[in-house]
Every structure is written in structure tokens, then in C-alpha cells.
Design a protein around this ligand. Structure first.
Ligand code: BGC
Length: 523
């Protein structure tokens, strides 16, 4: 297979930006689009291929942008559509693709669709959400629970019916069995493709609800064990979800209609975030021909971190169904889990002075796997998780619901710092920032690190440049089975031209590569 046969996204290293915490340009303590634009050189110099920006659409920010009230406008605190166009132009001029984050499963209760729908049983949007009569005893239609705690159904007195929400009650689930809803998302997609975006990360596609009634109860999860981590103790995990609450077969009508719109444009990438009882099976379903290009894999994102043995198993499981394809995307960190350096250091019993070497190893490991890779802002600096945010300063609704037992997701969402000796680390000139800045992060402020030849940032940049010259990684998506001792991960990447052995040693924290075979290029 020659390099030309692969699409950009099949080997892409994608840098995830959480816009609220990247760079503030108007001194309100909140990151924004012009702020991101001003930092694009820093991202391009790292050598990544694309950026993915978490949602910046109009939103009451109850779930920090994953509750959209207008998909075709920008939340004023993040800027304007004109600011977005400038960001896009600059990113493209630097050779970066731009992916944005669409939320198809639910919107905000402040969206005009829901405001209208909840008014009566017979308005024009009456059937855009999941409205269901109570059972004879008045209780909700099913036993479904919300990811964020409590039942997944809330009562609407005007309609005398329950509506479904898999997350907050202010995030009502759309009814994707209604063709008008799918048409609305097709219009939204075209709106952004026309502006020039190169792809979408599709949020929580397994939670799209497209089943027609009757709704089925989730079954009890007989394998449930009370994990040590508070996050694993939530009642939500005592149920099995696939085909009842989640991963319903009807969702694929949405995947297909969204893909058809993407195919009206050139070189678009659709990456669906999904989970469920059997994510591999769900990923196969979601990436069947004519559906999404790839899914975002959670195997390396375990909240409690993974041992070397568990990482081996996690990768082996993920690639089992996808070896030879670019239909999956790996990540060690994102805006929903504790930062990878902290998580993995603690799980592997490593010390603070090993943090940077470990982070570099993890970054290289994920970028040597098949498919695309998503690197979360701050991983290139080996930033630590921030676990000492006072309860009164917490922002994440999930954390607020379960604090102090469970801290939620603020710990990985604190603002980036750029220069150690500027106020708020150069993130903002405001008196205070939306989440507190961790003084520890100032030791690894981004521009300071970019100026140090041996920083994680520069070593990762050098690695990414070298990676581009390796046919085994860039021109095929095939890897051997994983071998190595208990403290090593070893595998080959294999293309027509080259077999490249990749050796990750978790004892010395060194990564080595050996070209086992170089073959004549077949042209
Ligand atoms: C996003 C979360 C969000 C949830 C609901 C996810 O999977 O990554 O940040 O809270 O979807 O939209």
C-alpha cells in the first residue's frame, strides 16, 4: 500500500483543545476562539496534523458546551463566527486540519427546538424529543439512569409526560427516529462544511436515541463489582445498556445520513465517540461501509490508569477487529478523565521525577498505534492533574453532584499556562479565571517548554517529524501482536516497504525503534 492510498485521518495525530481553558484574549478569565488562533503556531510547531476543538457553540454552559442551544452560532464568551473563520484560515495556512465537536444525541433545554416541543403534545416540534407517558403507577417509562446521577427521565407538567436525558435534565435527548431531526443535523453539518471544517468529532453517538416505542428496561449487570474508584461505584454501572438505553440499532440511520452529507465534500473525517457494554462490536457497527470513518477508543482512558499488562490487553482488544484499517482513534487523555501523566504514574508506582519521561513514552506509544491519535492539550507538557480544587470553586456538574467522594472532570480542565512569570501564567489578564490555575503547572508553562531543547514538547515534536518519514507508520495501518517482558510493550508496524519494531520500556522509560526490514518500494 503506498502513502497516497491512506487518507490524512488514517494516520493523523490530532491535538484536542478545550476552548474554555486554552487562551483568553478578552480578559474575562475564559478561553476563546481568538485566543486559540493566537496559539496556533505553538500547535503547528509541535508537528501535529489536526486540531479538534471541543464545543464552542451557543450554550448555557451547564455541561460546558455539550449542551448546545444553537449549533450554527458561537457562544458570545468564545467570540463570533468571524473569529471562527479567522481561526480556520490561520490553521489551514499552517497546514492544520480543523475538526469541531458536534453533539447529535442531545441539545440544551434552552434550544428553541426543546422550548417549543415541551409546550404541548401537538406543536410542530412535538415529536422532536422522547416524550413518553408515565406508567400506570406514575413512575417513568423505564429503569434507565443518567450518566450524571439520578433517573434518565424528567417530568414535564405541560405535556403530562416524561422526557429522556442520558446526561443532565437540561440535556434532552433528540428523537432521531424523526426524519426532521436528521435533516436538521444534515443542515448543521453542511453549514460547517461550507465554512471549511475538515471533520467532526461526534459526541456520545452511542447515546443517540432512535428507537421507537415501546422502550425496554435495561437488564441488571450481573458482572458488576464495586470498583475502588468512586466513578465505578455509580448505580449506572449496575445495568447493561446495549440495545435498550444505548447503542440502539436505529442509530445507524443517523450515521448513514450524516456520512452521506460528509461525502458531498472532499476529505472529511467523521470520528464518533462511543462506549457501551461492547464497544468493539459497537465500533464495528458504527464504521461499517457508508457510516462513520472511525470511532474514538476508550481502552487507554481508564480512570484509574493501567498497568503495562493492562495496556497490552487494552491495545490488543482494540485492534483485534481493526488491524489493517484506520477505523479507530486512540487517546490517553481528554477533557473527561484525570490527566494521563498523573493517572499512569500512580497506577505504575512511578515517582515525580519520572513524570516527563513517562509522558513522552505514552505520547510516542499512542502515536505508533494504528489509526489516528488524539493528544489532549497539556500532554505535550506532561501536565499533572489538579486534584485540590476547593469544592466551592468546582464547575463540573458531574463532580458537583458527587463531591467530595468523586471530583468529576475539573481536574483535567484547568487553564493552560504559557509563561511562568506572567499573571495567570499568560492565560488571562483577568483577576480570576473560570477554574483556578495550578501553580505547579507554571513549572512547565507551554512557551517556556517550547524554548527548552530537551523538553517533552520538543522531544515529541522531533519524534513526530521522524514519524512522518517512517513508511511502516505512514503508509499502512498494520501492526503485529504485542510481545515483550512484563515491563515492556513491543510490536512491529508493517508496511510493504518496511517493518519497524517499536519497543517501549517502562522500567528505563526509554523508547527504541529498530528497522527490521526495509523493502524496495514498489513505486
Ligand atoms: C463528552 C462529555 C459530555 C457528554 C455529554 C461526552 O462524552 O465528552 O464532556 O459531558 O458527552 O455530552
Amino acid at each position: 500500500m503506498s502513502t497516497a492510498a491512506l487518507k490524512w485521518w488514517e494516520t493523523a495525530v490530532i491535538y484536542q483543545i478545550y476552548p474554555r481553558s486554552y487562551q483568553d484574549s478578552n480578559n474575562d478569565g475564559i478561553g476563546d476562539l481568538p485566543g486559540i488562533t493566537s496559539r496556533l503556531d505553538y500547535i503547528a510547531n509541535l508537528g501535529v496534523d489536526a486540531i479538534w476543538i471541543s464545543p464552542f457553540f451557543k450554550s448555557p454552559q451547564k455541561d460546558f458546551g455539550y449542551d448546545v442551544s444553537d449549533y450554527q452560532d458561537i457562544n458570545p464568551e468564545y467570540g463570533t463566527l468571524d473569529d471562527f473563520d479567522k481561526l480556520l484560515d490561520k490553521a489551514h495556512s499552517l497546514g492544520l486540519k480543523v475538526m469541531i465537536d458536534i453533539v447529535p444525541a442531545h441539545c440544551s433545554d434552552q434550544h428553541s427546538w426543546f422550548k417549543q416541543s415541551r409546550q404541548s403534545r401537538d406543536n410542530v416540534k412535538a415529536d422532536w424529543f422522547h416524550w413518553v407517558d408515565p406508567k400506570a403507577d406514575g413512575s417513568p417509562p423505564t429503569n434507565w439512569l443518567s450518566f450524571f446521577g439520578g433517573p434518565a427521565w424528567s417530568w414535564e407538567p405541560r405535556r403530562q409526560q416524561y422526557y429522556l436525558h442520558n446526561f443532565l435534565s437540561s440535556q434532552p435527548n433528540l428523537n432521531h427516529a424523526n426524519p426532521q431531526v436528521q435533516e436538521a443535523y444534515a443542515d448543521i453539518a453542511r453549514f460547517w462544511f461550507e465554512r471549511g471544517v475538515d471533520g467532526f468529532r461526534l459526541d456520545a453517538v452511542h447515546t443517540i436515541n432512535a428507537d421507537s416505542e415501546p422502550y425496554k428496561d435495561n437488564l441488571a449487570n450481573s458482572d458488576f463489582v464495586l470498583g475502588e474508584m468512586p466513578q465505578q461505584q455509580q448505580p449506572f454501572f449496575r445495568q447493561l445498556h446495549d440495545s435498550a438505553q444505548l447503542n440502539q440499532p436505529g442509530i445507524q440511520a443517523f450515521s448513514e445520513s450524516f456520512r452521506a452529507v460528509a461525502d458531498e465534500y472532499d476529505d472529511i473525517y467523521l470520528m464518533g465517540e462511543l462506549h457501551g457494554d461492547d464497544p468493539i462490536k459497537a465500533s464495528q457497527t458504527f464504521t461499517a461501509p457508508g457510516r462513520l470513518h472511525a470511532t474514538y477508543n476508550f481502552n487507554l482512558l481508564q480512570w484509574e490508569g493501567l498497568t503495562v499488562k493492562e495496556i497490552k490487553l487494552a491495545i490488543t482488544k482494540a485492534i483485534s477487529a481493526f488491524n489493517g484499517t484506520g477505523r479507530l482513534s486512540f487517546a490517553f487523555s481528554n477533557h473527561d478523565v484525570p490527566r494521563s501523566a498523573t493517572r499512569q504514574m500512580s497506577r505504575m508506582g512511578l515517582k515525580e521525577d519520572q513524570r516527563q519521561a513517562l509522558q513522552l513514552l505514552l505520547l510516542k506509544l499512542e502515536s505508533c498505534l494504528i489509526g489516528s491519535t488524539c493528544v489532549y492539550q497539556g500532554e505535550e507538557l506532561a501536565l499533572e492533574d489538579v486534584t485540590d480544587i476547593p469544592i466551592e470553586k468546582m464547575q463540573d456538574p458531574w463532580g458537583i453532584e458527587f463531591a467530595p467522594v468523586f471530583l468529576g472532570r475539573d481536574t483535567c480542565r484547568t487553564p493552560m499556562v504559557w509563561t511562568s512569570n506572567k499573571s495567570n501564567g499568560g492565560f488571562s489578564k483577568a483577576n480570576s479565571t473560570w477554574l483556578p490555575i495550578d501553580p505547579k503547572h507554571l513549572q512547565n508553562a507551554a512557551l517556556d517548554e517550547a524554548a527548552k531543547p530537551d523538553s517533552v514538547y520538543n522531544q515529541f515534536a522531533a519524534f513526530l517529524k521522524w514519524r512522518k518519514s517512517q513508511p511502516a507508520i505512514m503508509s499502512a495501518n498494520t501492526m503485529s501482536e504485542i510481545t515483550g517482558s512484563d515491563t515492556q510493550i513491543v510490536f512491529d508496524r508493517i508496511s510493504d516497504q518496511q517493518t519497524l519494531r517499536c519497543i517501549f520500556d517502562f522500567e528505563s522509560l526509554c523508547v527504541t525503534f529498530e528497522t527490521v526490514h526495509v523493502r524496495e518500494s514498489k513505486g
